[in-house]
Design a protein around this ligand. Structure first.
Ligand code: PLP
Length: 290
């Protein structure tokens, strides 16, 4: 089945879906995005994704692309038209199409909206989680407002590629003081030898992951000790367990950092438990029911 994309008001076969060359996303990376998981026919944590999108747009003074529940209708329609059961929705909003000029367009333009769908086989993620992943650390070269989910991702792209070149799955970004900020496309977590779950506080130096937010709720329900604070690479290397979180990976155990095994070098019990309980803790909206 060919994939159907939503592009500025139209549902089109993805191979025919195009945007104008003066879209400010293309010219300046002047836009924001969300990646939402679809699991067992349900859109996962839609309200959190919508709230974060609204915040990213407002921080960059980009108008909402559609009024009211219009965006939710489009997301569910893209799911329906792609018969998406397991996979992801990608949505991107840019400031719109205007003659190239760094400043905002002088005449107001409509924000541009693109939504695409990708189907995945969830067994692949489970197979990876049962082995665990390797991390490579690298300096965090990003700007000072990475709490905004901007499409300007060049440092993330370079960090991910550096990790891949080293045979690793993800990069952990290290700030100027030696603290881990987050992954190139995920949040970073450790479990200390005392059993405390630690992740960096959601300030301007990390993206507040939707998966992170749901995990925080789950961790509270399970009454696990948790600390939102910065941790160093040395602390991560000495941790009992480590993992990453993202809509695309859920909870993915880390078994190696910079060639050093974490814990006993196998996926840890707490990370695996959180992964197993994740979908039960998340909010689900289903396209089939609409
Ligand atoms: N941090 C960064 C830099 C990301 O790109 C992502 C996801 O793309 C995350 C964290 C995790 O966010 P979420 O859990 O909402 O997918």
């Amino acid at each position: 089945m060919s994939r159907i994309a939503y592009v500025n008001g139209q549902y089109l076969p993805q191979s025919l879906a195009v945007v104008p060359i003066e879209d400010r996303g293309y010219q300046f990376a002047d836009g924001v995005y969300e990646v939402c998981e679809v699991f067992d026919g349900a859109l996962i944590d839609e309200p959190h994704h919508m709230a974060r999108l609204e915040r990213s747009l407002s921080e960059l003074r980009i108008d909402a692309p559609l009024a009211g529940s219009g965006l939710s209708v489009v997301l569910h329609e893209v799911m329906r038209r792609n018969r998406l059961t397991n996979g992801f929705l990608y949505l991107q909003v840019t400031r719109g199409v205007a003659p190239r000029d760094h400043g905002f367009p002088q005449k107001p333009v409509r924000p541009a909206l693109v939504v695409t769908a990708k189907s995945i086989d969830p067994r692949k993620g489970e197979a990876l989680a049962s082995k665990g992943i390797a991390i490579a650390s690298t300096p965090d070269l990003r700007w000072k407002r990475v709490d905004i989910k901007s499409i300007s991702l060049l440092p993330n792209v370079l960090a991910k590629q550096e990790a891949r070149d080293k045979g690793c799955y993800e990069a952990w970004l290290i700030d100027e003081k030696g603290f881990v900020t987050e992954g190139s496309s995920s949040n970073a977590w450790i479990i200390t030898q005392e059993g405390k779950v630690v992740t960096r506080a959601a300030d301007h130096a990390i993206l507040r992951g939707v998966t992170r937010t749901t995990l925080m709720k789950l961790i509270a329900e399970l009454q696990l000790p948790v600390e939102e604070r910065s941790f160093t690479l040395a602390e991560a290397l000495a941790a009992r367990e480590a993992f990453i979180s993202a809509a695309t990976n859920l909870v993915m155990p880390v078994v190696m950092i910079d060639g050093h095994p974490i814990g006993d070098g196998k996926p840890g019990p707490i990370a695996s438990r959180l992964r197993g309980l994740f979908h039960a803790a998340a909010e689900k909206t289903e396209w089939r029911r609409r």
